[in-house]
Write a protein that binds this ligand. Structure first.
Ligand SMILES: *Cc1c(COP(=O)(O)O)cnc(C)c1O
Length: 390
C-alpha cells in the first residue's frame, strides 16, 4: 500500500531519542525549551509553547484568549473536527464560514458578509480560526482587514503548514494573528509521534499558555502572589497536563533540522503531479505563488464538477484496491452526527459540500519516490479507472 502520508525517520532522529532515554530527564528537562526556541526562530515568532497535540494547543489557545461560555468561535467546515471541538471544550458556541472553491480555505468574502450580519444581531465572534488547508495559507491579509473592523482575535490552525510561507514570512510568524498552532502528528510535515506547538509575539499570552499546559501552575517568583519559599509554586488558573515529553521534543528537534528539505521535496512532488495530471479531467490544486508557498501537506484532486458522488466513490474504491492509500480531507464538520445534534445542516455551506463530494487526497510524503508517484498516476488514469467510469 502506498499511504497518503507518512513520517520520515532518520538514524539521527533515532539517536536523538535514544540519547534522551539515556539521560536524566525523559520529561520536563532541557530539550523541550531548546525545541521551542528553534521553532520560534524558524517561524520568526517571539515565543513558542510546545504541547502534547495540536488539539491541546487549540484548546489552551482559546482559553488564553478568554474564550468561555457565551462566546462564539468561527472556523472553516473543511477541517479536522479538533479545530471546532477546541471551542466546544471551552463551553463556547461554534459556527462556520464557507470555503473558497479554489483554495479550499475560508472564504473571506463570505466571512465579511457573515460578520456584517452578526454585527446587526450583536453576535460577533470572539475568535476566528482560519485553517491553512493542505499547507497553503488562508488569505490572512483579507482576514486582518476584517479583524481591524470587527475586533475579533485570530488563532491560525496551521496543523498542515509548518514550513509554509505567506506574504514573504513563515507561517507561524503571527504577522496577522494572535496565535498560531502546529501539529506534529506523524502524517504532518514534521513529527514528534504526538505533539503540537503554539507560536505568538505576545509575551503575556505565551506565559499564560505555558501555565495552562501544566495545571495552571507557575514557578516564576515574578508571577506569584506570595512566595513561601524555594519549594513554593502557585496554581493561579485551571490548567491541564498537556506537556510534551523530552522524548518527543528530541525527535522534533531532530526533525525540524530537515524541515526545509521536507518541504522542498514535497513541493517537487506536487509540481510533478501537476504536470503528470495536466491532461486529465481532474481539477488540480492551486500552485504556489510568490506570496503563498505551501508546505504541501496534502495533494487534493477533485473530480470534474457534476461527476456525482458515486463517481468519487468508485474511483476511491478502485484506488484503494490497487494499493493506493487515498483519503478524503475532510468530511465537513457540519456533517458529523455530533454537530448535526447542535443544529447544523450540511446545506448551510454549499461550497464545502461541493468540495467534499469531489475531493480525493492522493499520496504525498517525504520518502515517496518518483516511481511510486508514477504508480499512483497510472492507477488514476489507467484503463480500469477514471476514464471508464465516465
Ligand atoms: C491534525 C490536525 C489537528 C489535530 O492535530 P493533533 O496534533 O492530532 O491533535 C487539528 N487541525 C487540523 C487541521 C489537523 O489537520
Amino acid at each position: 500500500m502506498i499511504p497518503y502520508g507518512r513520517h520520515s525517520i532518520s538514524d539521527e532522529d533515532i539517536e536523538a531519542v535514544v540519547a534522551v532515554l539515556r539521560s536524566d530527564f525523559i520529561t520536563q528537562g532541557p530539550v523541550l525549551p531548546r525545541f521551542e526556541k528553534v521553532i520560534a526562530r524558524h517561524v520568526g515568532a517571539a515565543h513558542c509553547v510546545a504541547v502534547n497535540s495540536a488539539t491541546s494547543a487549540l484548546h489552551i489557545s482559546l482559553l488564553s484568549l478568554g474564550v468561555g461560555p457565551g462566546d462564539l468561535v468561527w472556523t472553516s467546515p473543511i477541517t479536522f473536527v479538533a479545530t471546532s471541538n477546541a471551542a466546544l471544550y471551552c463551553g463556547a458556541e461554534v459556527d462556520f464560514v464557507d470555503i473558497c472553491p479554489d483554495s479550499f480555505n475560508m472564504d473571506m468574502k463570505a466571512l465579511a458578509e457573515k460578520l456584517e450580519m452578526a454585527k446587526t444581531e450583536k453576535r460577533l465572534p470572539k475568535v476566528i480560526i482560519p485553517v491553512h488547508l493542505t499547507g497553503r495559507s488562508a488569505d490572512m491579509k483579507a482576514l486582518d482587514v476584517l479583524r481591524k473592523i470587527y475586533g475579533f482575535k485570530v488563532v491560525e490552525d496551521a496543523s498542515h503548514a509548518i514550513g509554509a510561507d505567506y506574504d514573504n514570512q513563515p507561517v507561524g510568524s503571527c504577522a496577522y494573528s494572535d496565535l498560531c498552532v502546529f501539529s506534529f502528528h506523524p502524517v504532518k510535515i514534521i513529527t514528534t509521534g504526538e505533539g503540537g506547538a503554539i507560536t505568538t509575539n505576545d509575551h503575556a499570552l505565551g506565559r499564560k499558555l505555558a501555565a495552562l499546559r501544566s495545571h495552571g501552575i507557575t514557578r516564576d517568583p515574578d508571577e506569584m502572589e506570595r512566595n513561601e519559599g524555594p519549594w513554593y509554586y502557585e496554581q493561579q488558573r485551571l490548567g491541564f497536563n498537556y506537556r510534551m515529553t523530552e522524548i518527543q521534543a528530541a525527535l522534533g528537534l531532530s526533525q525540524i533540522s530537515r524541515l526545509g528539505r521536507f518541504v522542498a521535496h514535497r513541493s517537487e512532488l506536487a509540481k510533478r503531479y501537476d504536470q503528470l495530471l495536466a491532461d486529465s479531467d481532474f481539477v488540480r490544486p492551486l500552485l504556489d505563488t510568490d506570496d503563498n508557498l505551501s508546505s504541501w501537506h496534502l495533494y487534493v484532486i477533485r473530480l470534474p464538477e457534476g461527476s456525482g458522488t458515486l463517481a468519487r466513490r468508485h474511483l476511491f474504491e478502485k484506488l484503494r484496491s490497487d494499493g493506493i492509500g487515498v483519503n478524503v480531507h475532510y468530511i465537513p464538520v457540519t456533517r458529523q452526527p455530533y454537530y448535526r445534534k447542535l443544529g447544523f445542516v450540511p446545506d448551510c455551506f454549499p461550497v464545502a459540500e461541493n468540495f467534499y463530494e469531489r475531493a480525493i487526497s492522493i499520496p504525498l510524503y517525504h520518502d515517496m519516490t518518483e516511481s511510486q508517484q508514477d504508480t499512483v498516476v497510472q492507477c488514476l488514469l489507467g484503463p480500469a479507472g477514471y476514464q471508464t467510469i465516465f
